[in-house]
Design a binder for this molecule. Sequence first.
Ligand SMILES: [Zn+2]
Length: 349
Amino acid sequence: MKNPLVILAGLVFLCISVPVILSTAFYKDSEISSTNENIKINIETKGEKEEKQEKEVINYETIDEESPNISIYNHKAGVIESIDIETYLYGVLSGEMSAKFNIEALKAQAIAARTFVMNKKENPVSSGHKNAVVCTNYKHCQEYKSYEELKSTNGTQWMEEYYTKIKKAVDETKGQIIVYEDKPILPLYFSTSSGKTENSEEVFSTQYPYLKSVESPYDGQSPKYTSQVVVSKSDFINNIKKSYPNISIKSSNLKEDIKILNRNEGGSVGKIKVGDKELTGVNIRSIFNLNSANFEIEFKNDNIIFNVKGYGHGVGMSQWGAEGMAEEGFLYYEILKYYYTGTEIKDLY
Ligand SMILES: [Zn+2]
């Protein structure tokens, strides 16, 4: 059971911050950037204001046309299929987010998945698809499971309870996508933030005006909010040497040889000195299989301990952050506009 004070504080925060988000959504880009600043201030001053305000709900379902078919490359069967995009999205949403999440978080994810398809339609990938718009390989595009696959994996009860919910999230946002300057965005998302998301250019080297670092205060319920990886000093050196055979590093002097040099705006490690080399937080994440590149290093006896915050690359929408916002009463479009700076929702069909 939640502490009543926490619930009250949450309600007050909601009442103050929702109108702020709603109002800034209609302003110019330069003014939108102050949204996160306002939210931060509201968190700090929660409890001081107690007036309640009615929330205005925006209806984005303005067009009702038939949904188009898209071509998907089924990488397991090795064939290209033509499928109704909304039916395809049922199979994507089931694979990309837990169906136990709040319906508003699921709607946000459904729109992100639909936007991904429209973005790929405008920017076709040159390899791996054989002319299909998207493929079913989650490592390349998005996870996709057909109705039959889901039924055989999850059983009838899951289908009744959760497939229905997934369908609802897709159906109730039919045709809606996220746009920036009227173009479908690249809707990057990840599991869990460290409390703040990352600037795309600091993680992937490409800058997008809508993939900007924002505070993400509601990720605390994620089972992967914090994690720890312990490696012995000798394993540390061996693993580093597998990737960088010429590195000069001594186990006797590791504490001096490993130094975090700077951090990105979202908190992940930017540059880190390891021996005589300068690596990145992303390098270290991949070598030691860390949940994210946001870590602190602790030296204890013969071990090196990575204390890691968050899970994933940190750019775009945090799924657990979206779930936390939804639980606080934010609606899907508020969640999307919050994580994708300066964007709008557009109904295509
Ligand atoms: Zn693909």
